[in-house]
Design a protein around this ligand. Structure first.
Ligand code: IMP
Ligand code: MG
Length: 176
């Protein structure tokens, strides 16, 4: 059982509005047969909402997931990023929409972007729900950002602290 349920910093309504706006902005950039790839586990909820918004706008992308793990635990940051389970759809020559929960140091997205470029994607669009610029250690280009957040540890809407809070329907800041 979780001892403490943190209050919302970004509410469910704000998330829904923003995800809708992100989808509307992305749709004109989507070509035929885009593949949406969510980064597990943190982006599972964001990815689920984003693809439903795409469908509401008449776009039916294929969906896949990739699981990465940084060598660290809890709120500890780590530089080394490992792909622990790769996606399974063929992405060579495809347009890929990479969906991530948060960009902090930038190492995870940088690793993932090279991974997809090396697989010969035709185009890679990167979408992140949260951007925490205070943590940046390497420069990374992303195509869309949901919310820019101040320094701190963010949980909920897929994001966890040591495995907890992923199911929280909103974004909250905790003191790890
Ligand atoms: P980066 O590689 O440092 O950019 O970190 C990205 C990864 O670290 C994300 O995919 C998250 O899994 C995790 N992470 C970074 N900051 C937070 C946070 O505030 N809350 C939850 N997870 C975070
Ligand atoms: Mg993540």
């Amino acid at each position: 059982m979780m001892a403490f349920i943190p209050p919302a910093y970004v509410s469910q309504d704000e998330l829904a509005d923003r995800v809708g706006a992100l989808a509307r902005a992305l749709v004109p950039r989507l070509r035929c047969e885009p593949i949406v790839i969510g980064v597990m586990k943190g982006a599972f909820m964001f990815t689920a909402d984003l693809v439903r918004q795409f469908h509401a706008l008449g776009i039916a992308p294929r969906l896949d997931f990739i699981t990465v793990s940084s060598y660290g635990f809890g709120a500890q940051r780590a530089d080394a990023v490992a792909i622990v389970q790769d996606h399974s759809l063929e992405v060579n020559q495809a347009q890929v929409v990479l969906v991530e929960d948060i960009i902090d140091s930038g190492h995870t997205l940088k690793t993932l972007q090279s991974h997809f470029i090396n697989k010969g994607v035709a185009e890679l669009l990167t979408v992140v729900l949260l951007d925490k610029p205070s943590g940046r250690a390497t420069s990374v280009l992303v195509d869309s950002v949901g919310f820019t957040v101040p320094d701190g540890f963010w949980v909920g809407y897929g994001l966890d602290y040591a495995g907890n809070y992923r199911g929280l329907p909103y974004i909250a800041r905790i003191q790890p």
